[in-house]
Write a protein that binds this ligand. Structure first.
Ligand code: MTE
Length: 311
């Protein structure tokens, strides 16, 4: 990100719309009966396929990017800096067993097995745009659970104003962590209201299958109105904190990456414009939309905040 950008892509196929719609009908047709519960996903985190999720009104109707691009063109610096490195190297990551540590200002801190962490929360299918700070974008059919539903179970107290997230730190399986590219582990954070916003999800799958390792298995955050780097992968720790938490990219280059990182075409990155983006699989550039097009749902959270200062 800081190190490389604009590296060029191969133009892989976009899933034909009819194939995609059939898949979607299949998944949403099972509402109510035999719904895959997220706890079940975790029990079989590496092998599950054919996951089902309730279709969500929050989804975009845009055509999703082809699966090959979503799973083959990634940023996951724990596995290397090139876009192809995560798909090549992330197979080494063991995702089961997997625990999540919950700490900070809440009534139910503890270390929870991922199955317990997710249990009882039906999967939803959320088709979201992802806009990377580097200037490319995708449309991804996630399977996930609203983060709010998960966080509420731990009963954050009135002192909790932010939520901090951490990725696994395991250099033996994450070769990128053997080099000081970032101050590992990768960290991210949200204000509590952002974390509780109905658009924010913890994703455990995409395209009807559990997350491939390179996309952040077994679970990763998805915050669709923010630049992609806020969507932290392979999460092992969630902390309810009082002060704004540190984040990996803000630590690394504070002038370039702010805490908020809301998609904003009016605020340039110091080294390039953020006004347009290239949708992977297309050649023409599109205009980048304020809040990545999710303004109706999220603009209210930032009323009165100077988004140029708080970039
Ligand atoms: N999470 C971790 N732990 N490490 C990373 O390097 N990269 C971020 C984000 N989450 C990253 C991460 C960036 S820059 C982007 S654009 C998205 O993941 C990419 O998600 P994708 O590869 O699933 O498209």
């Amino acid at each position: 990100m800081l190190i490389r950008h604009g590296g060029d892509l191969t133009e892989n196929d976009v899933t034909p719309r009819d194939v995609y719609l059939r898949r979607r009908d299949f998944m949403s047709g099972l509402i109510g009966g035999g719904l895959a519960m997220a706890g079940g996903v975790a029990a079989n985190a590496q092998a599950a396929t054919g996951l089902k999720g309730v279709a969500s009104p929050y989804s975009t109707t845009e055509t999703p990017t082809g699966r090959a691009d979503i799973t083959g063109y990634n940023n996951f610096y724990e596995f290397g800096l090139d876009k192809e490195d995560p798909a090549r190297n992330a197979g080494s990551l063991t995702t089961s067993p997997w625990t999540v540590k919950i700490d900070g200002h809440c009534n139910k801190p503890g270390t929870y097995d991922i199955g317990d962490f997710l249990r009882g929360n039906p999967l939803q299918q959320r088709i979201y745009r992802l806009r990377c700070v580097e200037g490319w974008s995708m449309v991804i059919p996630w399977l996930g659970v609203p983060l709010a539903d998960l966080l509420k179970k731990y009963e954050p107290t009135s002192k909790a104003r932010f939520v901090a997230f951490e990725t696994l730190h395991r250099p033996s399986e994450m070769p990128g962590q053997r080099r000081p590219v970032l101050d590992w582990p990768y960290r991210e954070g949200l204000r509590l209201d952002e974390a509780m916003n109905p658009l924010t999800i913890m994703a455990v799958g995409l395209y009807g299958e559990s997350l491939p390792n390179q996309n952040g298995a077994p679970m990763r955050l998805v915050v669709p109105w923010k630049y992609g780097f806020k969507s932290i992968k392979s999460v092992v720790r969630i902390s309810f904190v009082e002060a704004q938490p540190r984040t990996a990219w803000n630590d690394s280059a504070p002038r370039e990456y702010g805490f908020y990182s809301n998609v904003n075409p009016a605020v340039d990155h110091p080294r390039w414009s953020q006004a347009t983006e290239r949708r992977i699989g297309e050649f023409r550039r599109r205009e980048t939309l304020m809040f990545n097009g999710y303004g109706e749902q999220v603009a209210g959270m930032y009323r009165g905040l100077d988004l140029k200062k708080n970039f």
